[in-house]
Each structure stands twice: as C-alpha cells, then as structure tokens.
Design a protein around this ligand. Structure first.
Ligand SMILES: [Zn+2]
Length: 367
C-alpha cells in the first residue's frame, strides 16, 4: 500500500528566479554563500545548503534573505522547529519578506496548525496578488478547513476519526475498530506507544486528491493526520485494514523520529507492518527488475515517481525493512528512530543500534 508524504512548497516560487534575494550590501563572500545555498537546494543537496546558509547567517546575522534560505532548507530537511525559528527571524528583520511568510505558513500547516497557516497565507495573498499558486493554495486550505468544520468526530481511546455525513458513521466505526487492531499489533512490535491520540480523517476520493494532492497511486496519506479516501479505497477493492495499518505505522514512526528518516526506512517499515504475513508481492515485483535501486537512491521522497517506479521503490524498501525487523527487531529499530529524531547521523546510529554497518546490511540484501 502506498502513501505519499506530500509537501506543497513555495519552492517553485523561490527557485523560479523571479526574486532577487541577495542583499545589495552583502559582502562578496556572503553573496557567494547565498548563491551556493540556493544552487545546492536546486540540486537536492540539502546538507550542503544548510552549511552554506549557516556560514552566511553567521557572517551577516541581520540579512533576512539568508534566514529565509536557512529556514527553507530546514523545511526541506523536515526540521520544522528550526525552520519556524529561522523564518520567523527573517520576518522580524524584514516584515515585508513575503516568501518567508509563505514558507512559514507551510511549516505551521505541516505542524498541524491550519488556522495559523491560513492567517499567514491570507497576508501573503494580498502581498503577492499576481501569484496564482498562492491563491490556489489558500483556496485549497480554506476548503480543507470548511470540510473539517462540518465533519463529525468519533472519539476512541487512541484515535479520533472525522467523517462527513451520517451515511459514513458506520464506516467510521469500522475504521476505528480496524485502527485499534493495528494499534495493538504495531505498538507491540516497537515496544512503545504514541504520546497522544492520532487524528484520522475519512474523505471521499475527490476530497482526498484535492486536499492532499497525493500522486494518483497513493492509497492514503499521513502528514500528522491520517488521511484516507474511504469511498475511493472501497471502490478499488483495497483492504481497509492494510491502508489503516500502513498509515498508523507512519504515525508511530513519526512519534519516534520527526526527522532524519530515509524514505526507504519510513515507507519500508509501514509497508512491511501493514500485513506482515503477506509480503510475497515484494519478491514478485523485485523479480521483474534487473537490479534493485540502492538504499541511497531510496532515501529521498517517492512522491516524484511514476506508478511503476514507485512500485519497485516500495518493494525494495519493504524487503529491506522486513529484513531489519527480522534481524534486529522492532525495539532496536525504535531506538534507531529515536536517535534519528535526536539529530544523530543515520549511518552512525544504524551501526550503533543494528550492530551492523549500513554497507554490510545493504550488501546482505541481495544474498
Ligand atoms: Zn506510506
């Protein structure tokens, strides 16, 4: 089962080149670092971007556009607390820096504060009236708010399930039961519980595509909220238990590590845990490719992949995660995730918690 962690970025706006960001008064060194930072973002090298902006902000701490770059980079790295602080600093230095406000809105939206995200974006929309993307995003967020306001909520011990009409009440009760089964099974694997109740929203297929903007192949999504297209899932005959267990696994993983997580580990664990007794699809899929994609390639988001490539990416990731579960166990993996959440570097944390180097682990996968 697939899902896409989706992020709508004003990145296209920033990287589109229509805005001159370098402060005129910048020293040549700072100008160079700023340019290098944006080039690194464009090339997908977020670590190099973070380093460039860190040095630049040290040299010119009062340059708002540098903090925008630093904040945007942290957003891409999913370091939301840092992203928020840096973007806020950019706005404190230059309250007219709309791009920082727009990016800050994306951060608070991802943190679950839709009301604040809309408030910020409404300001951005007045500041950038010609940016169609801004108006579209604002409209979509408002549709999401309106929909959620008219939804009913079924409250369980571990989840709250929101749904739209009375005709969905039975489906919501069924989803809650399914989620509770997944809860006990998967918390047992990791030996830990999520800190708080997890919000679940049931959508129609159309609402789901509109609000999450997931790729066509996505069966559900998790972005702090488990979002499931109920009627859509039913129509495709997909197994609700699998979809919900998959998304709950993401919620568990996120409660242990909000950052530093390679996509193969996140998606692989969720796929391996959705129905652990039925993983034959991974071997079938892998038998159709000459060579499995490397874990390094599988570390970035799958959202950009087409259906076929996504299937291979999921199969390879699931196979790796299953091996990890079998060899090291869920508790060791939970400790690895906690280390990543604490900011530890992946390969070092892997060696420490799994007692095997990542390189050795990867080469053992093909054996
Ligand atoms: Zn997923």
């Amino acid at each position: 089962m697939k899902c896409a962690g989706r992020c709508i970025l004003v990145g296209s706006l920033i990287l589109g080149g229509s805005h001159t960001l370098a402060g005129n008064q910048s020293s040549p060194r700072v100008g160079m670092l700023e340019q290098a930072g944006w080039a690194a973002i464009k090339a997908g090298n977020h670590k190099a971007a973070a380093e460039a902006f860190a040095e630049a902000t040290k040299l010119e701490p009062k340059n708002a556009s540098l903090w925008l770059g630093a904040g945007y980079t942290e957003f891409l790295l999913r370091h939301d607390a840092e992203a928020k602080a840096y973007l806020q600093r950019a706005l404190d230095l230059d309250p007219k820096l709309s791009l920082a406000r727009a990016q800050l809105a994306q951060v608070v939206k991802r943190q679950g504060d839709l009301a604040e995200a809309i408030r910020l974006y409404e300001i951005v929309a007045t500041e950038l009236p010609d940016e169609k993307g801004v108006a579209d995003t604002l409209d979509r967020w408002k549709r999401e708010r309106e929909l959620h306001e008219r939804m009913r909520v079924e409250v369980g011990d571990h989840f709250t399930v929101s749904f739209e009409g009375p005709e969905d009440a039975e489906m919501a009760a069924q989803a809650l039961e399914s989620l509770n089964r997944a809860f006990w099974r998967i918390t047992d694997v990791f030996g830990t519980f999520p800190a708080r109740k997890i919000p679940v929203v049931l959508y129609s297929g159309e609402q789901f595509r509109d609000i999450t903007r997931s790729p066509q192949w996505a069966a559900a999504a998790f972005d702090g909220i488990i979002r499931v297209p109920m009627r859509g899932a039913g129509e495709k005959g997909e197994d609700l238990d699998r979809v919900l267990a998959h998304e709950f696994s993401h919620a568990m993983i996120r409660s242990l590590a909000t950052r530093g997580l390679p996509t193969w580990l996140n998606e692989g664990l969720a796929s391996a845990l959705e129905a652990p007794d039925d993983l034959s699809w991974t071997d079938k899929t892998m038998a159709t490719v000459a060579k499995a994609p490397s874990l390094a390639v599988l570390s970035t988001s799958f959202a950009r992949l087409n259906g076929r490539d996504a299937q291979v990416a999921y199969a390879a990731s699931t196979r790796a995660a299953k091996r990890l579960l079998d060899e090291a166990g869920g508790v060791a993996i939970a400790n690895l995730l906690r280390d990543l959440g604490d900011g530890k570097e992946f390969e070092a944390a892997f060696l420490h918690r799994i007692q095997k180097s990542l390189v050795d682990f990867e080469s053992s996968l093909s054996q």
